[in-house]
Design a protein around this ligand. Structure first.
Ligand SMILES: [Zn+2]
Length: 467
């Protein structure tokens, strides 16, 4: 570790906490101690926090008070995570309809931090977290990054959309905090023309970062550009991807160009979800000190481990604007097997992306387009080597849904291949999710561009009408 690492950890971060009203140092220390806790202890810890949260909600959050009364539920009826199913799921629409009733009257509004889900994923949801929750989420990332060998004070080159990229006001308190303490240098990934990429690369060379962070697809564009210039980055310890499904070909490209391992993450500020890959790279360890995750069907019924469903989160730390059994809008499953790294927290398998411009099947179940690429794999498992070998035979693809809701998968193969051996599995995966839709798969020479001239792997003309 360098002198800056030591200074940052022991002086700058605690000072930042004091100045900024956060408590990252304290939360980080606590999280480091609980990293390898036995699962039974994690459960007890969660249940204790849950009971406290439920009481708090009943006493001070008008929405939950009314909800509990209308269901005839007393706070004591919720003793552990199994009892959560007595409560209905919380949707974005319910939050919008009851917005002013979602705030706790017991938390000082000075501690509120306004936030919103990304505007790129449909209508943004406004919500609030208290500074305690905010700190916890950051501390959780620091814990994971440290396990990758990346220390606070190491420079991070971030390349992403609005949620990652730097806002215009470079002298704002937040940006100074980001730059001096988090050492996070942010660049906007929507600027991917040749000139912008060249400017980004010049900055990259000047900064000499230890880590690269961003959306997998954006980083892959940058990586390809770097490769094209013949420049070989060195000194990168890790590549951190987040915000969307990380495709295996992107992972490989990033590892090759940056000569560093890739660690994927999935999180949702609304719902208090933070999850990270470990060295085993076979799923995403949930920070279970922070949230209780259930995988449920649309109505909120729990599904067994291994089964794909809606990610439903109870945020154990957000006392300002509590989320109980919140449907985040993403789909995933919990891995059946425990990880071999020694951590006992459960792991998400594939997370089917942030719900953006949703597609609907004929039953009205929304499917995120970021889920569609995953459905090209047998068993939906993109970590499997065999699946990756098959996938790597595909040059490009497009999934089209017509006005009737039928699905047409177009694949352009590499090396003039005229078929794909996993054709039946692909069709099967699609039929499972698009029940009642006809599913066709065609190998084509070219993938058609959209009317706008842009490329897109997902095109839908189908409008599901709620009956
Ligand atoms: Zn692990």
């Amino acid at each position: 570790m360098s002198l800056y690492n030591v200074l940052d950890r022991h002086v700058l971060l605690p000072l930042g906490d004091l100045f900024y009203g956060s408590e990252i140092t304290r939360q980080w220390r606590k999280l480091r101690c609980s990293e390898f806790r036995p699962y039974q202890e994690i459960l007890e810890f969660q249940n204790e926090k849950l009971r406290k949260l439920i009481k708090h909600c009943y006493v001070s959050v008008p929405y939950y008070h009314k909800l509990f009364d209308s269901l005839g539920i007393r706070p004591d009826d919720i003793q552990n995570k199994e009892d959560l199913c007595k409560l209905p799921v919380l949707t974005k629409q319910i939050i919008r309809d009851n917005y002013s009733d979602m705030f706790s009257t017991a938390v000082n509004p000075k501690r509120f931090r306004k936030s919103s889900t990304g505007g790129s994923t449909g209508t943004p949801l406004q919500f609030c977290m208290d500074s305690h929750e905010w700190s916890f989420q950051r501390a959780s990332s620091l814990r994971a990054w440290e396990s990758y060998g990346l220390h606070l004070g190491d420079k991070i080159f971030s390349f992403g959309g609005n949620s990652i990229a730097q806002k215009k006001d470079a002298l704002s308190l937040k940006n100074i905090y980001d730059r001096v303490i988090m050492r996070n240098y942010k660049f906007n990934s929507s600027e991917v023309d040749e000139n912008s990429l060249m400017c980004h690369l010049e900055s990259f060379k000047r900064i000499k970062p230890s880590a690269v962070r961003g959306y997998g697809s954006s980083l892959a564009i940058f990586a390809r550009f770097i490769k094209g210039t013949g420049y070989k980055p060195s000194g990168i310890k890790v590549v951190l991807t987040t915000g969307e499904v990380l495709m295996p070909n992107y992972r490989k490209e990033l590892e090759d160009v940056f000569a560093a391992p890739v660690f994927d993450a999935y999180g949702a500020g609304d719902g208090g979800i933070v999850s990270h890959e470990c060295d085993c790279h076979n799923g995403l360890h949930i920070t279970e000190e922070l949230c209780i995750i259930e995988i449920t069907d649309k109505e909120g019924k729990n599904l067994p481990d291994g089964e794909m469903g809606f990610v439903t989160s109870t945020d154990l730390e957000n006392y300002a604007f509590p989320f109980i059994r919140y449907h985040v809008g993403d789909m995933s499953y919990i891995k059946k097997e425990a990880c071999t790294c020694g951590r006992h927290t459960r792991q998400f398998g594939e997370v089917m992306g942030r719900a953006g411009k949703l597609l609907y099947n004929k039953q009205g179940v929304p499917l995120s387009p970021t889920m569609l690429p995953i459905m090209l794999y047998p068993n939906l498992d993109y970590h499997s080597i065999e699946n990756q070998i098959e996938y790597n035979k595909i040059d490009r693809f497009q999934i089209r849904q017509d006005k009737q809701g039928d699905i047409h998968i177009l694949l352009k193969m590499k090396d003039g291949l005229s078929d794909i051996p996993i054709r039946d599995s692909i069709i099967e995966n699609y039929q499972k999710h698009f029940v009642g839709s006809k599913v066709e798969l065609t190998i084509v020479d070219e993938i058609p561009l959209l009317a706008s001239g842009k490329e897109d792997y997902c095109v839908s003309e189908y409008k599901y009408i709620h009956s």
